[in-house]
Write a protein of this length. Sequence first.
Length: 113
Amino acid sequence: MTDTIFGKIARGEIECPKVYEDDRSVAFRDINPQAPVHILIVPKASIETVRQIDREPGIMDHLFAVANKIAEQEGLAEQGYRLVVNMGPAGGQSVYHLHVHLLGGRAMTWPPG
């Protein structure tokens, strides 16, 4: 597994309050939230970027399904939310362990930036 802060959280080496956990993923609140609700959904498998999702078949389906469950828990399902996956430095990826940002609790603007 990647030796990043997200990898360490996924392996249980770093404790943090979890919003959700199952056998394939873990979710927790972002420490630098960009919206009232900003949750990171991280696979437990060692995947650095979205370009490597073939290492874990079905992982994006799983992460998006988890995002839907969490959005329901957080009261976002009816009002809407945004899911973001950054890829590489130009795409804004700063931690090289695949993760999905779940953002909600306010109106999202476009273009995002």
